[in-house]
Design a binder for this molecule. Structure first.
Ligand SMILES: [Zn+2]
Length: 551
């Protein structure tokens, strides 16, 4: 009888709770939950930039708002290879690695489809906002696991609003997730922000209205001038003009100031390589906040922003350039302006922001050499040529290699079978040949990476980057400082810390002021936000919540 009374009581309790549903995301004083989460991914930002550039920030309200009033994680690493944009955005928002979420590169050779696949390609959808048809045939269907935004949606019966905005398609689509309301990226042909029919049948009016302003033209009209006196850049950077820098604004434009006026109405791609790319992103983000009423009720919304321009600038000019320093001084102002906007629109205590990077970057190899540091170039093209030379000296059909991508070497197994060449034999031939090359550290058999003779933490990064459907049979590890890239400029993608050590900053509701110097990982970001919001962590998440940053 007592048992029955207890059961009845439980039933009534459940009934009462059911009649007055409490939203998981509601705010209470003891456990403050934000109305809005903003994720900012700064493409190619190195961890050391905040410290290096701190003296030159003109505002206390940009990066320094995180540093002074929020939490800083000083030792956040990327726990997988390759350290490239698509993998970075996927890891941040899934808490997972390529081995589980499936995004093994910006593109990869797909062992199932037997062709190269772009990370967000989706031929089943159509472009919205441009006649450039291929630019919008994109969606997150290639991501295998759920994202933070997806879990937020599930926790709120899909009432949370989730948006992604970036210059790069992959920087908007992947962070926004599968169940997103919208993702908008920049089309360099039309100068418009575009989307795909994956998200709906037409662009929202606020996006069309923003496009109609032709902001790239008015930003081009301002040219790119230094924010501070040139003596600051002279004292703190490499020389402005260098043979080893790229020339995105034409062969003659080698130093400041950069004239951009000539691109008005003609070339909408160039703006991505200037700090104005960040202005475009933040201007559209403000429109999203205003028009979609983000952070206006008790149901938590999420806005994922990615600044792609620092990556374009960094690839051309490197981390020690005037362009990179000036780009960050201007980005700091952009972020400061955005913080003021958020304070006004959402309210200071109602939002939480994290800022990180999808990967970092190597010094320009020629710059490193100039200072007697290790540095060289060995790109996928050079690797391909070496492989062909090796095959030819062994009288092997060059077609037994299907592809070389992100230092992954893909075998053509059906051809190998018909020619009676075993994987072991081909592996041994290529390994013996390539490991004699001066820039090669080691050739790894991808499936056996767990047994590679490497320090455990590095071995793990290779294991975490491998999936049989989308990875190569072999993976080449180059020596430290070797860049898979261009004859000028620099790149990223390997497991060394110059590519893998990223900033991780937190600010806002639920964030405890402080500094975390212990090791944290990119995979920890999603479970930390999940813990803050009291929602399920994304399905493939392998990270741990960083409890030190949570109140
Ligand atoms: Zn890049």
């Amino acid at each position: 009888m007592r048992y029955l009374v207890f059961l009845t009581f439980c039933f009534l309790a459940i009934q009462t709770n059911a009649q007055k549903p409490k939203l998981v995301t509601s705010i209470s004083k003891n456990n403050p939950k934000p109305k809005l989460v903003i994720g900012i991914v700064v493409d190619q930002m190195r961890w050391d930039y905040v410290n290096r550039f701190k003296p030159f920030f003109t505002s206390n309200n940009g990066f320094l708002r995180f540093v002074n009033d929020g939490a800083t994680c000083n030792n956040t690493l990327i726990p997988y290879v390759p350290t490239v944009t698509a993998c970075g955005h996927t890891c941040v928002y899934t808490g997972s690695t390529p081995s589980i979420h499936g995004i093994t590169g910006n593109s990869w050779f797909d062992n199932v489809k037997q062709r190269t696949v772009y990370c967000v390609e989706d031929n089943a959808v159509q472009t919205l906002g441009s006649t450039n048809n291929s630019a919008g045939q994109m969606s997150p269907v290639n991501v295998w696991t759920s994202t933070l935004g997806d879990e937020l949606k599930l926790a709120s019966n899909f009432k949370s609003k989730v948006y992604g905005i970036s210059i790069k398609d992959r920087g908007a689509i992947i962070p926004a997730g599968h169940a997103a309301n919208g993702a908008y990226w920049y089309d360099s042909k039309s100068g418009n922000f575009i989307s795909s029919t994956y998200y709906g049948q037409s662009l929202p009016t606020w996006v069309t209205n923003y496009n109609a302003l032709h902001r790239p033209d008015s930003l081009y009209n301002q040219n790119w001038n230094l924010s501070l006196p040139s003596s600051i850049y002279e004292a703190n950077c490499d020389t402005d003009e260098n043979k080893y820098e790229g020339t995105p604004f034409g062969k003659e434009a080698k130093h400041f100031p950069y004239s951009l006026k000539e691109y008005i109405g003609k070339d909408y791609g160039k703006i991505a390589s200037t700090p104005y790319g960040n202005n475009l992103v933040i201007e559209l983000a403000k429109q999203a906040l205003l028009n979609e009423q983000l952070g206006k009720d008790a149901i938590t919304d999420m806005l994922a922003i990615s600044f792609s321009s620092p990556d374009y600038i960094g690839h051309s000019f490197g981390p020690d350039s005037w362009e990179t320093l000036d780009g960050y001084i201007k980005l700091d102002e952009t972020i400061a302006d955005f913080f003021s906007f958020l304070d006004e629109q959402v309210g200071k205590d109602n939002y939480t922001v994290f800022l990180t990077a999808d990967h970092a970057v190597a010094n320009i190899p020629a710059f490193a050499k100039k200072h007697n540091l290790p540095g060289d170039n060995y790109d996928d093209g050079a690797l391909k040529n070496d492989i062909l030379a090796c095959l030819s000296s062994n009288n092997l059909n060059p077609k037994i290699i299907s592809a070389v991508s992100e230092y992954n070497i893909y075998f053509n197994h059906s051809l190998m079978d018909s020619l009676n060449i075993t994987s072991d034999k081909l592996t041994s031939i290529l390994t013996n040949y390539l490991e004699k090359k001066p820039l090669v550290l080691q050739v790894i058999e991808s499936r056996k990476a767990a047994y590679a003779p490497l320090p455990q933490s590095l071995r793990e990064r290779i294991v975490n980057g491998f999936t049989p459907q989308r990875s190569g049979d072999l993976m080449l590890l180059t020596k430290s400082g070797v860049v898979d890239g261009y004859p000028t400029g620099t790149s990223h993608g390997v497991l060394y810390n110059y590519d893998a050590h990223i900033p991780l900053l937190w600010y806002g509701a639920g964030i405890k002021k402080g500094v975390v110097n212990g090791m944290t990982y990119m995979t920890d970001i999603a479970p930390t936000i999940s813990t803050l919001l009291g929602i399920q962590m994304p399905s493939g998440s392998i990270g741990k919540p960083i409890l030190e940053v949570l109140k």
